[in-house]
Design a protein around this ligand. Structure first.
Ligand code: C5P
Length: 227
């Protein structure tokens, strides 16, 4: 298998205000992590590396094996770090030797369609570039300075970044080795290293569960269309 997907699920989810780390909060009878992995295992076969909080490694393994079915042999669970970037780095250390294409995915984007995952992986393989799934920006965005609006930004130049983001293995590993500051996504890390990054179509369903309102939206979606 030449593709791996690193699912980062080691965040605390402070903004969600739940007792458990975010990925372990229930959407219906299944957690955010379980829903995310459901999509991952419906995409084409890949090594699946789940990066979980140290305190939830056993729980992550239980959830992942339940969702994996016959793909259980391709699952690896590792402990995350104090930032998203450190968690990704911990996941990258567990890549199988034969993997050439690596996707990095937020567990919090629990309802990401499998087609988006396949689209990202296919585009990496076809181009050798980094690949970012995006949505058009619907809001008018301003640059701010303290209490003032500093500038208007042309919306047509903007895109909202989602995950999974995909890369050739070597380029991603090199970029992570040389990263100078902490970034909130992986295309920022490889762009700093000079790799071109392409856009492909993301999905409305790939929204990141961050606030209680996002969780309510996810609950509503799975109630209408169980997955
Ligand atoms: O906090 P936020 O939702 O932006 O985090 C994005 C993803 O990164 C989440 O799936 C979260 O679990 C993960 N993360 C992580 N390790 C951290 C911080 C965030 O795996 N230290």
């Amino acid at each position: 298998i030449d593709t791996a997907i690193v699912v980062v699920a080691a965040g605390s989810g402070t903004r969600l205000g739940a007792a458990a780390p975010k990925a372990f909060v229930e959407v219906d009878d299944a957690s955010i992590l379980a829903h995310c992995l459901r999509g991952v295992f419906r995409a084409r076969p890949a090594q699946v590396i789940v990066v979980a909080p140290e305190s939830h490694l056993d729980e992550a393994r239980r959830v992942a094996l339940a969702e994996a079915g016959s793909a259980a042999g391709r699952v690896t669970i590792v402990a995350g770090g104090s930032t998203r970037q450190r968690s990704v780095a911990a996941g990258l250390a567990a890549l199988d030797p034969e993997v050439a294409t690596v996707l990095v995915h937020d567990a919090a984007r629990a309802l990401t369609p499998p087609e988006v995952i396949d689209r990202v992986a296919d585009t990496v393989r076809a181009t050798g570039h980094g690949v970012l799934p995006v949505l058009d920006v619907v809001d008018t965005i301003k640059r701010t300075e303290g209490d003032f609006i500093a500038a208007s930004v042309d919306r047509s130049e903007l895109a909202a970044a989602q995950t999974p983001q995909g890369f050739p293995r070597r380029a991603l590993l090199d970029a992570y080795e040389n990263a100078t500051t902490d970034f909130t996504d992986d295309t920022a890390v490889v762009a700093e290293a000079g790799l071109p990054v392409r856009r492909v179509a993301g999905s409305e369903d790939s929204f990141k569960i961050t606030t209680p309102a996002d969780l309510a939206r996810a609950r509503d979606l799975v109630r209408r269309a169980p997955r």
